[in-house]
Design a binder for this molecule. Structure first.
Ligand code: ADP
Length: 801
């Protein structure tokens, strides 16, 4: 499209409307709108990173604004359904809502927000940004982007975040975070997507088509760069949060390891007591144990477990009864889950010296070898000569629902340097029961952030059983709800936990909230910076393209005007030339028949001399006069039309000599009228002499002719140089000219007096005017009736030098 038709279209004043108006069918319009909204939104959300599901650009917001501005209120259903479909689609994922009904309610809630936002945007952009406007001036562009972007987007950020919060889908802590992300995404969507859509759909086409490439490409690049920077910053930030998390987790693990080691040390202390007393002093054992279990809350109990051979059972039981418990005997777990007297076996490992005593009265005498896991650990300890621990086991006492582990330290009589001697010389075990949860909690007390979960599981991790989990059931539910573990940066941190001969896994798992709280402002600020730069870039691009369009429009307008002017002046000069040609030809050709008329009338008069009556004589005189006058007129007209016709040659002439020449020619009339003629100093100019003779002849003749009868004429010719012009003046003291006629007298055939008063044709001054104007000057008169006139004419200095 060329500039001219652009102007035409602009003139139609359809700013900001759209070809969307041409889509007659509202159903189709809304169908496409819904589709575009939902699909672009889904794509943007797919790029989003958990947690917070922030996306740096949310295109549907821009689509909605463009739709409401370009297609009007009838686009509202499409915006609502677009948002509705998008949110339904998104909440189908396990993250958000569980039931279909709540998914529908949620989607409708957020859709209403989108509708509201479009409505408000439409209102404020029209009211405060004075839209529709062509978006050419930077002021109107900035206003448009400001009201349509950051301002209007406050609506759904607030509305939707509140809806999510009320639906318990986000917690109070991350309300602000979600709000911010929503607002930034929407605003960016408006800033970058709305101008792109305008480039394709808005009117005038000439303006927006031009903007397509110059806006779409830079904006595409901006979105791309923005996204890259954002994702990088986010990845970097997640990494640093991850590092911090791992550091915390590692500290916790070290703490727990050390703590377990400390607990196991207690076994060596009791080993000494048993050895020194030869396991005969229950009291000494209890006193030594008490120090430990009062200091370390994770210790549930200590026990001394001697090896009792079948042959020694009777004396062992008797001895123990005598010492402490009259009902004492070696026990085992009966089929109904109650402790019963142990069956006859080759060897027994009964719990004796249980400390603290009160709690464990029931366990006294229980043969630990009857429990496979305990037995396994004891045999392991016996053969290795080192501490061995069980897998987490339920306590026989069943006092807590928590898991406990048991550690056994073997004691020998005499040599225990080989497996053989160790098996032979085993004396018994010092045993400690540790409650895992208490150990972990005591050692990490106040060091586990509320929203971290600690779990201990066996070596079959992660499919193995979890023995300990540091969360309340409610917190567990919260953990299970979030899908934050989908992000690699938020996976659980696992480490091996070696306890004596056993391997466990310690897992530290961050919760969603933990993650949110750890995040800092880095990516936020980057998002904000991206927002500001994008906004400015868009404004800049619009302003530049708008400006070039305006300039083009202006140029087209000017060109149109100058073309018109040129055409006019061409027409004028051609019609002038025609006119001149006509005047010349006419006056030239008329002369001949006129001369014939005059001659033959004169002849007729002579022949008929005397035979005519007086009336006829008078008529004849009129005819002769008329013909003569007509000849005069035609002669003067011919002279007038001749001015400038011939390619007259210029030469350097003293103007004074021109004037002198004229005065000489007029000697008789000057003498008759007793006129005085004063000529002051005149310059030397490059002129067409003949024309200047004509000029001065006409002016001086007039000065003589239109003299006041009461005084003799005084004529003064002067010259001055003023503002780059020579100004010549012919002053007289004649009859003067009334003010109202001072312009008319310069026109052809314009006379102020009748022929009887003053002879003349009314062409003299017209000839003067033509001569002066041909040189680029002008002629005028200053006069006072009854006092005199000054005829002045100017010629540009450079035209005559
Ligand atoms: P003409 O003298 O043949 O009538 P001009 O064109 O020379 O035609 O003058 C036009 C008219 O201007 C004259 O008829 C006269 O009325 C007026 N005029 C010209 N020169 C003077 C003058 N010096 N003083 C008064 N009137 C003048």
């Amino acid at each position: 499209m060329n500039a001219e038709s652009a102007v035409a279209e602009v003139a139609e004043d359809r700013w900001g409307l759209s070809r969307l108006f041409l889509v007659r069918n509202s159903y189709w319009l809304n169908f496409w709108l819904t589709l575009a909204y939902a699909v672009s939104g889904k794509m943007a959300l797919m790029m989003a990173i958990p947690p917070g599901y922030s996306t740096p650009v949310f295109p549907p917001a821009g689509i909605a604004l463009a739709a409401i501005l370009l297609a009007g209120n009838r686009a509202l259903p499409g915006i609502f359904f677009g948002s509705f479909v998008l949110n339904l689609w998104t909440s189908v994922s396990p993250l958000h809502t569980s039931t279909i009904v709540s998914a529908f309610i949620l989607a409708a809630g957020i859709g209403t927000g989108a509708l509201l936002q479009a409505f408000v945007a439409n209102f404020v952009v029209k009211k405060y940004a004075k839209y529709p406007s062509p978006l050419i001036q930077s002021g109107e562009i900035l206003k448009f982007l400001f009201w349509g972007g950051p301002v209007a987007c406050l609506v759904n950020a607030t509305w939707a975040t509140t809806v999510l919060w009320m639906a318990h889908l986000i917690s109070r802590e991350i309300y602000n975070f979600t709000w911010w992300n929503w607002w930034v995404g929407d605003t960016m969507g408006v800033l970058v997507i709305t101008p792109i859509l305008f480039a394709f759909f808005a009117l005038p086409k000439a303006l927006w088509r031009k903007r397509r490439i110059s806006i779409v490409i830079p904006l595409g690049v901006t979105i791309f760069l923005n996204s890259i920077v954002f994702f990088h910053a986010d990845a970097w930030e997640q990494k640093s949060v991850r590092l911090e998390f791992e550091r915390t987790a590692d500290t916790l693990a070290t703490q727990i390891r050390k703590s377990f080691e400390g607990y196991l040390d207690s076994l060596y202390a009791l080993e000494s007591v048993v050895t020194i007393t030869d396991a005969k002093d229950r009291r000494a054992f209890e006193v030594a144990a008490e120090r430990w279990y009062t200091m370390y809350p994770g210790i549930y109990a200590f026990a001394w477990i001697p090896r009792v051979m079948s042959a020694d059972r009777k004396s062992f039981e008797a001895n123990y009864r005598f010492n402490r418990d009259p009902n004492f005997h070696i026990q085992e777990m009966g089929p109904d889950g109650k402790l019963v007297k142990a069956a006859v076996r080759e060897v027994y490992y009964p719990s004796t010296f249980v400390a603290p005593y009160q709690q464990d009265v029931t366990i006294l005498g229980f043969d630990l070898a009857t429990s496979p896991e305990r037995n396994r650990a004891m045999l392991q300890a016996r053969d290795s000569g080192k501490i061995a621990v069980t897998s987490p086991v339920k306590l026989i006492q069943n006092v807590a629902d928590r898991f406990a582990i048991m550690a056994f330290l073997p004691l020998y009589h005499g040599d225990h340097s080989s497996v053989g001697t160790r098996r032979k010389n085993l004396f018994g075990f010092v045993n400690v029961v540790l409650r895992m949860g208490d150990v972990i909690e005591a050692s990490t007390k106040s060091r586990i952030p509320m929203d971290l979960k600690l779990a201990v599981s066996n070596e079959l991790f992660p499919s193995g059983q979890i023995y300990y989990s540091g969360l309340t059931p409610a917190a567990e539910a919260e953990f299970a709800k979030t899908d934050h573990l989908a992000s690699p940066a938020m996976r659980a941190w696992n480490t091996r936990l070696a306890l004596a001969d056993r391997q466990y896994w310690l897992s530290v798992i961050p919760s969603h909230d933990y993650w949110i709280k750890q995040r800092d402002e880095g990516p936020w600020l980057i998002l904000a910076a991206g927002l500001v730069t994008s906004g400015l870039l868009v404004a800049f691009l619009l302003a530049i393209t708008g400006n070039s369009f305006a300039i083009e429009r202006e140029l087209a307008e000017r060109k149109r005007m100058s073309d018109q002017l040129k055409r006019n002046s061409e027409e004028l000069s051609s019609s002038n030339a025609e006119l001149e040609q006509f005047a010349y030809v006419a006056s030239h050709d008329l002369q001949e028949p006129l001369r014939v008329i005059s001659i033959y009338i004169e002849l007729l008069r002579k022949r008929m001399g005397g035979s005519l009556d007086s009336d006829a004589e008078t008529f004849m005189t009129y005819v002769v006069d008329g013909a003569g006058r007509m000849r005069e007129l035609i002669r003067d007209l011919l002279e007038y039309s001749r001015v400038g016709r011939t390619g007259a040659v210029t030469s350097q002439v003293e103007v004074k000599s021109v004037v002198d020449h004229v005065v000489r020619d007029l000697t008789i009339s000057i003498a008759e009228s007793k006129a005085e003629i004063i000529v002051s100093e005149l310059p030397k100019l490059t002129i067409v002499t003949l024309e200047w003779v004509q000029l001065f002849q006409n002016l001086i003749t007039n000065a003589l002719k239109y003299r006041d009868k009461s005084r003799s004429p005084s004529i003064r010719i002067t010259c001055e140089k003023k503002d780059g012009n020579w100004i010549f003046s012919v002053h007289d003291n004649g009859i003067g000219i009334a003010k109202e006629f001072t312009d008319r007298i310069f026109l052809v055939f314009q006379r102020l007096h009748g022929k009887s008063e003053f002879q003349g044709t009314g062409i003299g001054l017209a000839i003067c005017k033509k001569i002066v104007e041909k040189m680029g000057g002008r002629i005028w008169v200053e006069s006072q009736l009854g006092v005199g006139s000054i005829f002045r004419f100017s010629v540009p200095v450079e035209a005559v030098s």
